[in-house]
Design a protein around this ligand. Structure first.
Ligand SMILES: NC(=O)c1ccc[n+]([C@@H]2O[C@H](COP(=O)([O-])OP(=O)(O)OC[C@H]3O[C@@H](n4cnc5c(N)ncnc54)[C@H](O)[C@@H]3O)[C@@H](O)[C@H]2O)c1
Length: 376
């Protein structure tokens, strides 16, 4: 069993999810590697306390991320900081020779993303991947297999989305994800978009053009200190794209929404084909829907409940169900597996896939501005 010594930079919402997955690594069976959290960093010292209390392996606690990069006992970094910091931190992490699992969108804009990709190119011995956990749900992996097996026949249309509803409340205080300077001009696309683009990009379904309709629904919010302040980011983004392959072309709709009444972390992918259609939504996290078309027979959806079929075997019985925290654990297993030189059972998001998402979101901003169809 090899040990990969991790530093966590950014100890907020996602930093804790990752540490918690490490704490139950014994859940996985047959792994040749285990992560150990040895160092943590956050500019807010209050947030690192939870880590030092719960992880006796943490030997370095700092408010300066450079301390982790200079430490020879850190092999890899999980970095989950606001988007305006991605370019600076990711480039420095990569140049320090630490493997990086970074959070999306991998740069606040296209220019920042390009800087990160240049650092990746210049440091080929460093493993760099982008966090994207939803493809690790068992039903999402079935869609991956169907795409690899080209089960769909002629693809008629694809719809992918990631929807939330909590911003429907106009009194929800603003946070950095709703500020252009910190989250970026992409708005909701920067926050949620990579999750939606990741699998289509992996399947080679690259948009050749886009028509975007972006909505800023709630234009002001309380700042939590008694003031009402501007809320300028896009709340919802609907992108109608055209995918042109050598065989055929099809429409692909990609939507990210912060204001989708009733939805809570709903990630979905629906693929309609001439021979076979399939869909999965985290709204029904164990349910896979498929439809096999046979001429003359009824066109009926088949609904199958899947058990706990993680890519990496675990102690959970197949009769149990799979959830968000399991997808994080499986994603981290894939990253660690790849970091020790194995071919992972499914590759985490690649820097090239993030570059594609940035090209798409940049084109979407132009489409919205000019009310036009923009070529990629
Ligand atoms: N994969 C997912 O499902 C998912 C979900 C939510 C957020 N994210 C991504 O994770 C990243 C972080 O989001 P979050 O929700 O955890 O945000 P968060 O605000 O909860 O945490 C970010 C942390 O970074 C810290 N920080 C800021 N500047 C820093 C610096 N210079 N050095 C060290 N720490 C610093 C902040 O103090 C904060 O604690 C973003 O890129 C976001 O898009 C991913």
């Amino acid at each position: 069993m090899k040990t990969l010594r991790f530093g966590i930079i950014g100890c907020g919402l996602m930093g804790r999810e990752f540490a918690s997955a490490a704490a139950r690594w014994m859940h996985l069976l047959e792994m040749g590697v285990k992560p150990e959290i040895v160092a943590v960093c956050d500019t807010n010292p209050k947030l690192t306390e939870w880590f030092s209390t719960n992880f006796s392996s943490v030997k370095l606690v700092s408010t300066n991320y450079q301390d982790l990069l200079e430490n020879p006992n850190v092999d890899a970094i999980y970095c989950a900081v606001p988007h305006n910091l991605h370019a600076e931190l990711y480039v420095n992490i990569i140049q320090a020779g630490k493997h990086l699992l970074g959070e999306k969108p991998f740069g606040i804009d296209l220019e920042a993303n390009t800087k990160i990709l240049e650092a990746v190119k210049a440091n080929p011995s460093v493993l760099v991947r982008c966090s994207s956990e939803f493809p690790f749900f068992p039903a999402a992996q079935k869609l991956v297999r169907f795409a690899e097996e080209k089960r769909f026949g002629r693809i008629l249309e694809v719809e992918a989305g990631f929807w939330h509803s909590s911003d429907l409340d106009p009194n929800k205080p603003i946070n950095w994800k709703r500020m252009i300077a910190i989250n970026g001009e992409y708005g909701v696309m920067g926050d949620l978009g990579f999750h939606v683009v990741h699998l289509p990009a992996r399947f080679g379904w690259i948009p050749s053009d886009v028509r975007a309709v972006l909505s800023n629904i709630t234009t002001t919010r309380p700042d939590g200190k008694g003031n009402i302040v501007p809320c300028e980011t896009w709340d919802n983004a609907q992108l109608l794209t055209r995918v042109v392959s050598s065989d055929f072309e099809f429409p692909m709709t990609l939507s990210t929404k912060r204001i989708a009444p009733s939805e809570t972390n709903t990630w979905f992918l629906r693929i309609m084909g001439s021979d076979f259609s399939a869909e999965f939504s985290t709204k029904q996290p164990k349910t896979l829907r498929t439809l096999e078309y046979k001429r003359g027979l009824a066109q009926a959806w088949q609904v199958q409940d899947l058990g706990y079929e993680g890519l990496y075997p675990s102690i959970s019985g197949h009769i149990f169900e799979f959830g968000f925290t399991d997808s994080i654990l499986q994603m981290w297993a894939a990253f660690c597996d790849e970091a020790i030189g194995n071919t992972p059972k499914f590759r985490c998001g690649t820097p090239e896939e993030t570059a594609l998402s940035h090209q798409l979101f940049t084109a979407a901003l132009e489409s919205q501005k000019n009310q036009s169809v923009v070529k990629l």
